[in-house]
Design a protein around this ligand. Structure first.
Ligand SMILES: [Zn+2]
Length: 406
């Protein structure tokens, strides 16, 4: 595979590995992004070179991309290269590819970098999960993102890419419908607030129970490859779908992962049992121990993600802990809390903490949900275990560090 690599690219790979080695030795982290940046600085074509000759699946979307990437890796089986640390921009991709020579590759890609990754890595399959508002203080408005994706998939040099796309997300359909080869997936999408008007003509969309359409002609695609209806149908294959991960949204993620894997000749019979073995993804969904309590860690970073996770909280009066920070990685503006349907938590015992606990408490007050505010997590009380803890990005990292595997 080294064949065809330029001297500059070879030097870049050595530099990348050296930086990552130094980073690990000095305990400053895995160093994947630092090494990747150095490598790309020396050889801007490094991703193209490292990707050549491999079979690559790229996964992108606002929510679920880390989980879907993990399901693709597990479902494929054997030695699969992936950017496990969630370093989902090109620096992370080159670090992952330089660290393994496996022919099978699954890469999670940040939405804003998808077009660059497709151009450089020349993937066989691209999975487009969903698009919704996320960190609007620093990210693109979601319609601009759909437009950039569309330009990527209508470009003639990307015409061989096999696209797996969510047929129930109008923004994804608009983005993917320019691609020549699309496998449309009819999977549940309960967040439609970012697609009230047509991404093509801006007129209001008509949403019905199982479909959507616009008078301009943009509509839910009629030719569906994958359906999740109790059972999973992918093309001519049918199978029961049983996962260890919770939530209907994860069943949708698994259905799309299985569709992508079918395009690289992995059958449902092979992929689904392997996916069932996935019980957590980088700590998410796992029950961990903290102060002798069992706590299920759930990561939600934006309104659509929060709404999906709230469906996994059982009805009743259980304890729900919510930790909200507003560091750079979270987005500095917590106004997005007003887009989350916290009203669903009425009746539960909700505890607010994290740096922006007062913003959260104000939002819960408007939602009519009773709450406690704690300045120090040591003051949290537990009536029923495991308690569900919903946290946004850096708050989740705090709790991963604070808790231990059970
Ligand atoms: Zn329209």
């Amino acid at each position: 595979m080294v064949m065809g690599r330029s001297p500059r690219e070879k030097v870049a790979i050595v530099a990348l590995k050296s930086v990552n080695w130094a980073s690990r030795i000095s305990r400053r982290g895995a160093g994947t992004v630092a090494g990747g940046r150095v490598g790309l600085r020396i050889a801007p074509t490094l991703l193209d070179s490292l990707a050549r000759g491999r079979t690559i699946i790229v996964v992108s979307g606002t929510n679920g991309k880390t989980t879907t990437t993990a399901l693709c890796v597990a479902g494929w089986g054997g030695d699969v290269t992936t950017n496990r640390t969630g370093a989902n921009m090109p620096a992370g991709h080159v670090a992952a590819l330089a660290g393994s020579s496996s022919e099978k590759v699954v890469l999670e890609a940040d939405e804003a970098w998808l077009a660059d990754v497709v151009r450089s890595a020349n993937p066989k399959v691209v999975v487009l999960l969903n698009l919704s508002r996320d960190q609007l203080d620093r990210a693109n408005e979601v319609r601009q993102m759909a437009e950039r994706w569309r330009q990527c998939f209508t470009a003639s040099e990307n015409s061989k890419v096999l696209v797996v796309a969510n047929a129930n997300d109008p923004l994804v359909v608009y983005a993917a419908s320019g691609a020549p080869n699309v496998s449309w997936c009819d999977v549940a999408t309960n967040w439609t607030l970012d697609a009230q008007s047509c991404p093509r003509c801006t007129l209001p969309l008509r949403h019905t129970q199982n479909s959507w359409s616009c008078s301009c002609g943009l509509a839910k695609p009629a030719s569906i490859t994958t359906t999740l209806n109790g059972e999973l149908y992918v093309g001519a294959e049918t199978s029961a779908l049983s996962l260890s991960l919770p939530g209907e949204f994860n069943r949708g993620n698994a259905a799309m992962a299985a569709t992508a894997l079918a395009l690289v000749e992995v059958t449902l019979e092979e992929s689904l049992p392997r996916m069932k073995a996935v019980t957590g993804v980088a700590g998410r969904y796992t029950v961990r121990s903290w102060n002798e309590h069992r706590v299920r860690l759930l990561l939600a970073k934006n309104p659509a993600g929060f709404d999906a996770l709230l469906t996994t909280v059982p009805p009743g009066t259980s304890d729900v802990w919510i930790a909200i920070n507003a560091n750079i990685a979270d987005g500095r503006d917590p106004a997005w809390l007003y887009d989350v349907a916290f009203e669903k938590l009425a009746g539960h015992h909700v505890w607010c903490f994290g740096d922006r606990r007062l913003d959260l408490a104000t939002r819960l007050d408007y939602a009519g949900v009773a709450f406690h505010i704690v300045d120090d997590p040591k003051n949290l009380r537990v009536a029923q275990e495991p308690v569900n803890l919903l946290a946004n990005y850096t708050a989740f990292q705090d709790w991963m560090a604070r808790s231990e595997p059970c």
